[in-house]
Design a protein around this ligand. Structure first.
Ligand SMILES: [Zn+2]
Length: 68
């Protein structure tokens, strides 16, 4: 095993604010950012875009043809 010392544990950037993540709460930098991400995830889980009755928007649009 060769210890170069150059491949240390590099802290990932927090996906929320971009700060170096804390090992205790990686990949976030703080509990606050983790909470923000959690809320985002929950919001995305509840509010699924395109699944609220607007899935069938491909109606035949042949009734508004401009008569030349
Ligand atoms: Zn953060």
């Amino acid at each position: 095993m060769t210890e170069t010392g150059e491949t240390g544990p590099q802290p990932r950037a927090c996906p929320i604010c971009g700060k170096p993540a804390a090992p205790a709460i990686a990949p976030f930098c703080s509990a606050r950012c983790a909470d923000v991400d959690l809320h985002r995830w929950l919001a995305g889980a509840y509010v699924v875009p395109g699944t609220t009755g607007e899935a069938e928007t491909e109606r035949e649009v042949a009734e508004d043809e401009p008569d030349a």
